[in-house]
Write a protein that binds this ligand. Structure first.
Ligand code: DAH
Length: 358
């Protein structure tokens, strides 16, 4: 079997020395391909005597197997080295410092929304959302705003094109419809805030056709106006980061609350800058009241068993007051210089212990 030893040595070396997939394939074909040397030897088996064949046959098969496994091992080694080369060329130094200029900033509305949610979450409020395209029932009727009520006109509603049955959707004029949607689906008790976009056809220094409100609602078995007052005081102290605030509840009217109050906060504007909790001025900051029994009944909640308070305020307005922004329209101009100046770092997440402001 010297001849076979010679073949073994020749091809195992050729396989080991193959420096490319092509060279490896050529060595494989030359050894065990159809016309390869080992295949030719196998053909000679037929001419042998049975005794010779008994030893030569298994020896040739064993050599063929040996060569096949040497080829696969070499193939695997090639694949490994390709991977190693790729890994060596495609590396990233994760210890490099971050790019020095981060261009994106958080819009003040996003920042203030986060601040508001953080403060109310601490008081056990959930966050609820509703659609911006609403129907009359949720935006008006269920909130006790009857068709002839002046509030419908006051709110300068944007109407969508009428459907075939004559009804038409609207862009919600306030976040109050989220009260209805939440009560309808969850029943009582509830304690949530609902921040989001609202729309009214209005445009000047303090009005834009789209702006942001946050609604708040608490319904339970024995909720009083005193709790409304405490909740708002705690919120405003945390939001404006002052030790005390003084609120003035002014009797007002909203169809969905009875009694209703507009809330003013004591402030000082003497220094050209507004300060809260001191001074001799009052600034109107939100609308609120005890939820009207009809609103509860409209949501299939028994007003004899449940009651609560609700409030609504403008997020953009709160942002203007806290961060000294004069013109509401600038919020929506997408002016990069403005965004860089008033924007917030995405890494400065407001927390109650770390500070609510940016
Ligand atoms: N929806 C009112 C508005 O847009 C704000 C408001 C006032 C909401 C009183 C309330 C509330 O929940 O109780 O002007």
């Amino acid at each position: 079997m010297d001849a076979l030893d010679g073949l073994r040595a020749k091809y195992l070396t050729a396989i080991k020395d193959a420096d490319s997939e092509d060279a490896l394939e050529a060595a494989r074909v030359a050894a065990i391909g159809k016309k390869g040397e080992i295949a030719l030897k196998m053909r000679e088996l037929g001419k042998m005597t049975p005794e010779e064949r008994m030893t030569a046959g298994p020896a040739l098969n064993a050599l063929k197997d040996e060569i096949m496994s040497a080829v696969s091992a070499q193939k695997a080694a090639f694949a490994d080295s390709v991977l190693r080369e790729r890994l060596a060329s495609e590396w990233l130094d994760v210890t490099l410092p971050a790019r020095p200029k981060a261009h994106g900033t958080l819009h003040p509305v996003s920042q203030v929304s986060e601040e508001i949610m953080t403060i109310f979450a601490d008081m056990g409020f959930d966050v609820r959302e509703g659609p911006q395209i609403e129907d009359d029932w949720h935006n008006f009727d269920a909130l006790n705003i009857v068709p002839e009520h002046p509030a419908r006109a006051e709110m300068d509603t944007f109407y969508m094109a009428p459907k075939e049955d004559g009804t038409r959707h609207i862009l919600r004029t306030h976040t109050s419809p989220v009260q209805i949607r939440t009560l309808e689906t969850e029943g009582a008790p509830v304690r949530f805030i609902a921040p989001g976009r609202v729309y009214r056809s209005d445009y000047d220094q303090t009005h834009t056709p789209m702006f942001h409100q946050v609604e708040g609602m608490v319904i339970d078995r024995d909720i009083t106006m005193a709790q409304l007052k405490w909740t708002l005081e705690e919120f405003l102290k945390a939001f404006f980061e002052v030790d005390k605030v003084e609120l003035r509840f002014r009797a007002s009217h909203f169809p969905f609350t009875e009694p209703s109050a507009e809330v003013d906060i004591r402030c000082d504007r003497s220094g050209g800058q507004i300060k809260f909790g001191e001074g001799n001025d009052w600034l109107e900051i939100l609308g609120s009241g005890m939820v009207h029994p009809k609103v509860l009944a409209n949501c299939k909640i028994d007003p004899n068993e449940w009651q609560g308070f609700a409030f609504g305020m403008g997020i953009d307005r709160l942002a203007m007051l806290k961060y000294g922004i004069a013109d509401l329209r600038s919020f929506f101009d997408s002016d990069l210089r403005w965004l860089r100046h008033y924007g917030f770092s995405a890494l400065q997440v407001p927390t109650l212990h770390g500070g609510i402001g940016g």
